[in-house]
Design a protein around this ligand. Structure first.
Ligand code: GRF
Length: 216
């Protein structure tokens, strides 16, 4: 699994099932993908994603938020584990805790998240229910750099899907998940290839700013 020492070192934070983690592990197993998952961190000891990581021989760590009196203490413990793994990139993949400003600042430009909506629409939870309630005709997934404002960091890539008349939150969620599994590995490979940068709130791909008003 570990490739050469100069591949991009990924640390992935999860809280649950870990299907995005699985998609990233699969991508890392391909030759052209210049990244290796060096550790998976969960705030929940029973997250199934931990099992997925272990099955792939990836070291796992549990930092349970309930063991700390404050978010500052939780963040400090998380930072210690992350820094010890010396990541090139931290990937939030269904990590259900909000990180404090100090930790985000420490990782700025090398931490990203995936969100199940076309941000800035529907930050937070229950995105599929909200999209259906609104009668939206499209929905999708967004990969963005993390900043201290929840689900509001600079957008890197979105994938859109049409909402069909008979869609339920469940089947919509399933289709959005399929989008996520495509776009997250793609964005990570851009980063690993040195093509993607965040400079002063602007995302650059191959040296050109990405137009966040009309991400594709
Ligand atoms: C995904 O829908 C992701 O967008 C959101 O949490 C979910 C995680 O799914 N942040 P999984 O654990 O990767 O299957």
């Amino acid at each position: 699994m570990i490739k050469t020492s100069n591949t991009c070192r990924l640390v992935i934070s999860i809280s649950g099932n870990g299907t995005n983690l699985q998609a990233i592990i699969k991508a890392c197993a391909t030759k052209k993908f210049l990244a290796t998952v060096v550790g998976v961190i969960s705030n929940k000891s029973h997250a199934y994603g931990l099992q997925r990581a272990q099955n792939a021989g990836i070291p796992t760590y549990v930092v349970d938020h309930r063991d700390f009196n404050s978010r500052t203490e939780f963040d400090a413990a998380l930072k210690e584990v992350i820094d010890e793994l010396n990541p090139s990139l931290v990937i939030l993949a269904g990590f259900m805790r909000i990180l404090g400003g100090e930790l985000v600042e420490h990782l700025l430009g090398r931490i990203m998240n995936i969100h199940p909506s076309l941000l800035p629409n529907y930050p937070g939870l229950n995105t599929h229910i909200q999209a259906l309630k609104d009668g939206a005709n499209e929905h999708g997934a967004t990969v963005h750099f993390v900043t201290s404002k929840l689900d509001s960091g600079p957008i890197i890539l979105q994938k859109r899907i049409p909402i069909e008349t008979n869609d339920t939150p469940q089947n919509l969620a399933k289709r959005v998940h399929q989008c996520e599994h495509k776009i997250y590995p793609r964005v990570i490979s851009w980063f690993a290839d040195g093509r993607l940068k965040l400079l002063k709130d602007v995302v650059y791909l191959d040296g050109n700013p990405i137009d966040n008003r009309h991400p594709s």
